[in-house]
Ligand binder design. Structure first.
Ligand code: ATP
Length: 709
C-alpha cells in the first residue's frame, strides 16, 4: 500500500520502487529521517547516483506527513526530470497534491501540494514575495556545491531564519560539497555521509597532452562509438557553439561521404544537442529518445552533446559513457567597466566529478577526461567560483533588500567583492531603487516586483510617462527571453550565414537593435494571430522557444502593470500606430531607462565609442547597423577577446537624450571630466536653452541632490 496516497501501488511503480530500494541511500534513510527531525540543519554527502535526490524527499514526506517540503534544483531541466521521477516512484502525477513543479513560466502546484520541486531562482522569487520562507517546513537544497547566486542567497535567508523559525528543517545535499565550509556556516549542522553509488564508473585520462583539445575530443567520441561496448554517450562541452561544432564534425566523420565506417558496420548513431536555450520539447527529445536500431548488428547509439545543463541531478537512461571536454563558460562582471565577459575556462574538479557521475546510473560506466591524469590534477581548480563572486550584485542586492535584509551585512556563505556591492548600490541609487541611506524606495519595490532585470524593470516603469508601456513591454520581454538579443538559430555553414544576413536586413530598424528586436517580435505576434507561428519561425530561422518565452514574460509583465494602473500607482498606455512620434517616444523611453549606459562616438572614429560613465572605449557589435552620423547610443556592454562590445545599441540624437531625462543630463555635465562628451553635452544644452555655451554651467540650476523617493 502506498502510504502517501493510501492506494495500492501500480505494477510499474512497484518495479521502480524495487530498484530504488537497492540504492545506497536506502539503508541510511531511517537514520537520516531521525537526524533531520532532531536537528535544524543536516548536510547530506553521498556519491552521485547514491539516491539522495529521489529517495530522501520521499522519506521526508512520510516523516513529516502534514508539512510542506520544497526541493531545489539549479536548472529547469533537472527540476522537470526530478519531479517526473519522484511522481513515478510515488505513483502520482506531477501537478497534484503530492508532487508539484515550479520554475520560471511553470507552476504545477495546488494549494495543498506537499512536495514541490522548484528551481532556486523561483524559490528566491517566492521568498521575496512572502518576505521569508514561512510556508515550507522542510527546505532541501540540492547540489549546494554549485553555489549559484540564487542558492547562496537562499542559504543566507535560511541562516537568518533559523533564529526565528524554530521548526524549520534545512537539508543541504551534494556529492561534492565543501563540508567544512557549510558546517562552519550553519553552526550545529550535522553531517551525514552515504557511501556507494548505483554502478561503478571507470575514469579514463588522455595518455599525453593533446595537440588540439577539439581534435582529441572528436577522436575519443569516435573511438568510443567504434570500439567500446555499452550504451549511449554523453559529451560535455562549454557552450552552444561548441556543441553544434562537435555535432557537425561527428556527423561528418561517422555518416558523411568521407566517413571511414558507416551505418550498419558500426551501428547507426543519433546525435542531439542539449543546452538551456533549447525549447523544452527538444530537450525532452534528447533526453527521452531511444538509440536507433541498426539493420544488421542491432543496437546503435545515441550521442548527446550537452553544456552544463546535464551536469547535476539528472539521470539520462542508457548513458554509459561520459566524455568531458573539461571546459566551462563563466560569465564574469567587471564592476569598473560595468561590463560582462564570457570566459571559456577549465572546469573545476567538482564539475568533473559531477559530469562523470552521469555515467554509472543505470549500468556500469566510463568517464573520459580530456586531460592527462597529471594535467587534470595540476590544471583544474578544486572548486568552481561561486556565482555571487562573478555576478553584478545589482539584482541580487535588490532581492536581499526586498527580503528585508541588508546586502552589506547579509550572511553570505561566500562573500561578493566589496567593490561590486558598492557599484551595485551606486547603480541602484541612480535608478531610484534605493535612497542614499541604502534603503529600498517605493520605486525600488516596484522594480523588484517585475520579472526582469533592474534596468529593464526601470525602463518599464518609466514607459508610463512616455505613454508607451505596451511597446516597451514587448521590447523588454524579447530582450529578457533572448538573453540580450540571441533570437536567431546559429548558422552552421556559409550558406546559412548568408541567408541569415538577408533575414536580419529585412527586420533591421535604422535606429538600431532595440527596434529591430521589436520588429521581429511584432511580426511573430502577427504570425501568431494568423496561426502561422511555425512557418514564420522556420522561414526566419528564429528560436521559437525564445519567442514563446517572450510571450510568457510579456503576459506576466502586462498583468503586473495592469494591476499597478488599477491601483492608481501607474498608467498602462499603448501608443497608437498612427502616432507621428511613435518611434521617438519608444526610443526616448528606452534612453530614459538606460541613461546610465550611454556612450558617445569618439570624434572622427568609425567604430569607437566612449561610455559616459567610466570613460570606457567600446565598439559596436558587428550585427548592429547604425549610420555614421549616429553620435550617441545607449547600449549593454559585453567583453570579448577583441575588446568591449556594445551588444544591444540604439542611436539617439542628443536633444532627445537630454529631453528623455533632463534632470540627469543637466546634472551630469557638471561632473564630467573635460573632453568630447562634456563639450557635446554643453553645446546641446546651450542650443536647447538659447544660453551661450560659457553660461551653461553657471546659469542652469545647481545639480539636484540624488533623488530620495
Ligand atoms: N529518471 C530515472 N530513470 C531511471 N533511473 C533513475 C531515474 N532517476 C533516478 N534513477 C536511478 O536512481 C539513482 C539515484 O538517482 P538520484 O538522482 O536520486 O541520485 P543522487 O544521489 O541525487 O545523484 P546526484 O548527486 O548525481 O544528483 C540513479 O543512479 C538511477 O539509478
Amino acid at each position: 500500500m502506498n502510504p502517501i496516497t493510501n492506494k495500492p501501488y501500480s505494477a510499474n511503480c512497484k518495479a521502480v520502487r524495487a530498484a530504488a530500494a537497492k540504492l545506497p541511500v536506502a539503508q541510511a534513510l531511517p537514520k537520516l529521517r531521525q537526524t533531520i527531525r532532531d536537528n535544524r540543519v543536516t548536510i547530506l554527502v553521498g556519491e552521485t547516483g547514491s539516491g539522495k535526490t529521489t529517495q530522501l524527499p520521499q522519506a521526508l514526506l512520510e516523516e513529516f506527513p502534514h508539512e510542506r517540503i520544497v526541493l531545489t534544483q539549479n536548472r529547469q531541466l533537472a527540476a522537470r526530470k526530478v519531479a517526473d521521477r519522484l511522481a513515478q516512484e510515488l505513483d502520482v502525477e506531477v501537478g497534484g497534491d503530492i508532487v508539484g513543479l515550479k520554475h520560471k513560466g511553470c507552476n504545477l502546484t495546488t494549494p495543498a501540494t506537499r512536495l514541490t520541486v522548484i528551481t532556486d531562482g523561483s524559490l528566491l522569487m517566492q521568498a521575496k514575495a512572502e518576505q521569508n520562507l514561512q510556508s515550507p517546513k522542510v527546505v532541501i537544497i540540492d547540489d549546494a556545491h554549485e553555489h549559484t547566486a540564487a542558492t547562496d542567497l537562499i542559504l543566507g535567508l535560511l541562516k537568518s531564519l533559523t533564529k526565528s523559525l524554530d521548526d524549520l528543517k534545512i537539508v543541504i545535499m551534494s556529492a561534492t560539497i565543501d563540508t567544512d565550509l557549510f558546517r562552519q556556516y550553519f553552526e550545529g549542522a550535522v553531517v551525514e555521509t552515504v557511501s556507494g553509488r548505483s554502478y561503478g564508473v571507470e575514469i579514463v585520462y588522455l595518455p599525453e597532452p593533446p595537440m588540439s583539445e577539439f581534435d582529441a575530443l572528436l577522436d575519443v567520441i569516435i573511438h568510443v562509438h567504434l570500439y567500446e561496448k555499452g550504451g549511449d554517450i554523453l559529451v560535455f562541452v562549454s557552450g552552444v557553439k561548441e556543441a553544434l561544432k562537435v555535432i557537425n564534425h561527428v556527423q561528418a566523420a561517422l555518416t558523411g561521404p568521407k566517413a571511414c565506417m558507416k551505418g550498419d558496420e558500426v551501428g547507426p548513431i543519433e546525435i542531439f544537442p542539449l543546452y538551456s536555450q533549447l525549447a523544452a520539447e527538444k530537450q525532452d527529445t534528447a533526453v527521452n529518445s531511444v538509440a536507433p536500431v541498426g539493420r544488421t548488428i542491432g543496437k546503435g547509439r545515441k550521442i548527446i552533446v550537452a553544456t552544463n545543463i546535464a551536469e547535476t541531478s539528472i539521470t539520462l537512461v542508457g548513458v554509459t559513457h561520459v566524455i568531458d571536454s573539461g571546459r566551462v563558460k563563466v560569465k564574469v562582471w567587471d564592476p569598473r567597466s560595468e561590463c560582462w565577459t564570457l570566459h571559456d575556462l577549465w572546469a573545476s574538479k567538482d564539475v568533473a566529478a559531477q559530469r562523470a557521475g552521469r555515467a554509472g546510473r543505470t549500468a556500469p560506466g566510463k568517464a573520459y577526461r580530456m586531460a592527462t591524469r597529471e594535467g587534470f590534477h595540476s590544471q583544474l581548480p578544486n572548486r568552481s567560483v561561486a556565482g555571487i563572486q562573478v555576478c553584478d550584485m545589482i539584482g541580487e542586492s535588490l532581492n536581499i533588500l526586498t527580503m528585508g535584509l541588508n546586502p552589506i551585512t547579509f550572511p553570505y556563505i561566500v562573500a561578493p567583492a566589496t567593490e561590486t556591492v558598492m557599484t551595485a548600490f551606486g547603480i541602484l541609487q541612480k535608478l531610484g531603487a534605493i535612497n542614499p541611506r541604502g534603503e529600498l524606495t517605493e520605486s525600488g519595490k516596484a522594480i523588484s516586483g517585475l520579472p526582469c532585470s533592474p534596468y529593464n524593470a526601470y525602463t518599464v516603469l518609466l514607459s508610463e510617462s512616455f505613454g508607451c508601456t505596451s511597446q516597451i513591454l514587448s521590447i523588454v520581454s524579447i530582450i529578457e527571453a533572448s538573453e540580450g538579443g540571441q533570437v536567431f538559430v546559429q548558422p552552421t555553414n556559409e550558406e546559412e550565414k548568408k541567408a541569415l544576413g538577408k533575414i536580419c536586413a529585412f527586420f533591421q530598424h535604422p535606429s538600431g537593435d532595440h527596434l529591430t528586436l521589436f520588429n521581429i517580435y511584432m511580426a511573430y505576434r502577427q504570425a501568431s494571430l494568423d496561426n502561422k507561428t511555425d512557418e514564420f519561425v522556420k522561414e526566419n530561422t528564429l528560436r521559437k522557444s525564445v519567442l514563446r518565452d517572450a510571450d510568457n514574460t510579456r503576459s506576466r509583465l502586462v498583468g503586473i502593470m495592469f494591476n499597478r494602473a488599477r491601483n492608481n500607482k501607474g498608467t498602462f498606455r499603448s501608443l497608437r500606430d498612427d502616432d507621428p512620434m511613435y518611434y521617438v517616444k519608444i526610443i526616448s523611453a528606452l534612453a530614459a531607462g538606460n541613461f546610465t549606459r550611454v556612450a558617445k562616438r569618439i570624434p572622427n572614429s568609425k567604430t569607437l565609442f566612449e561610455t559616459v560613465r567610466g570613460g570606457v572605449t567600446v565598439t559596436l557589435d558587428h550585427h548592429t547597423k547604425l549610420s555614421q552620423s549616429s553620435e550617441w547610443v545607449y547600449n549593454e556592454l559585453q567583453g570579448t577577446k577583441s575588446g568591449k562590445v556594445m551588444r544591444l545599441a540604439t542611436a539617439i540624437v542628443p536633444e532627445q537624450l537630454i529631453k528623455s531625462f533632463p534632470v540627469h543630463w543637466i546634472d551630469e555635465q557638471f561632473f564630467l571630466p573635460e573632453g568630447h562628451i562634456k563639450d557635446a553635452l554643453v553645446k546641446t544644452i546651450a542650443n536647447m536653452t538659447g544660453l551661450p555655451e560659457k553660461d551653461v554651467l553657471v546659469a542652469l540650476p545647481k545639480p539636484t541632490k540624488p533623488r530620495d523617493n
